[in-house]
Design a protein around this ligand. Structure first.
Ligand SMILES: [Mg+2]
Length: 262
């Protein structure tokens, strides 16, 4: 009997250590993909130029959309927050240096600091919309508990409408469909800005193994007119869905398997 108990304990201990090793391995592996993407985001002049270009395009599109006939409700624009108006790349950089996978405890520490820098052109765009009498709504998957520091951060950087009546944060679902519908009860959304196509339409919340690409081709007239898309090579639905639809052990194996080559 004693022997049986000892053997059982050894098996449990061995399996615990395998689980621990596995999770440590996953943490290390999962950070590979962040290095180059984060450096591009933080250090390339191209990144800054693209953000300026997109927000300039957003101003032109907003002006044109406001001139349309048949607008019966007050006008609004909808913006995502993370990697749309606020730059959280220092958090990604920290993940690489510390070799830590994304987790909400560390993320909340970063959010609490309320010191994310505004992305190039973002503050100016919200102030431009405001100057035209357009309400600015922030539809974000930050949690309601993170609203205080987020408002401090946005208001401190000079964003328009940085108050709780203009923030629709995540409660029970990451889907933004219902939150957009809530805004549309009283406003006409003239433009949507985000780094993830799910910020623009429910079409791209779940992607099949076509990665949502045919749907982009089908909706091509919306881009630059109603949808403004910003670049985020670090994370997003594009990456989660790729990993979901690829087989392999480590995330690196899965990603390499997806590459096209000649
Ligand atoms: Mg975002």
């Amino acid at each position: 009997m004693k022997k049986l108990i000892i053997v059982t304990c050894m098996i449990i201990l061995a399996s615990c250590s395998t689980v621990k090793q596995k999770s440590q391995q996953q943490e290390v592996e999962s950070q590979d993909k962040l290095l180059l993407a984060t450096l591009w985001y933080q250090k390339s002049a191209e990144m800054r130029a693209i953000y300026y270009q997109c927000f300039r395009n957003a101003e032109t599109a907003l002006t044109a959309n406001l001139a349309r006939e048949g607008i019966t409700k007050p006008a609004a624009v909808v913006l995502d927050i993370d990697e749309t108006v606020l730059d959280n790349s220092p958090f990604q950089g920290w993940q690489v240096i510390e070799n830590k996978a994304f987790n909400y405890t560390d993320w909340s520490r970063w959010v609490e600091l309320a010191r994310a820098e505004p992305l190039p052109g973002a503050v100016e765009f919200t102030r431009y919309a405001d100057s035209l009498g357009v309400e600015v709504f922030y539809v974000s998957n930050r949690t309601v508990a993170e609203m205080g520091p987020t408002i401090r951060n946005l208001a401190g950087m000079g964003f328009a409408d940085a108050d709780s009546t203009h923030m629709l944060f995540k409660t029970n679902t990451s889907s933004k469909i219902e939150r957009r519908a809530l805004i549309e009860e009283n406003y006409e959304i003239m433009l949507l800005v985000g780094d993830n196509l799910a910020d623009h339409s429910g079409t791209w919340e779940k992607r099949t193994d076509d990665n949502g690409i045919p749907a982009v081709d089908a909706d091509r007239d919306m881009f630059g007119t109603r949808y403004i898309v910003l670049p985020n090579p670090m994370y997003g639905n594009w990456l989660n869905e790729l990993l979901k639809h690829s087989e392999g052990g480590s995330s690196r194996e899965k990603l390499v398997r997806l590459l096209e080559t000649f």
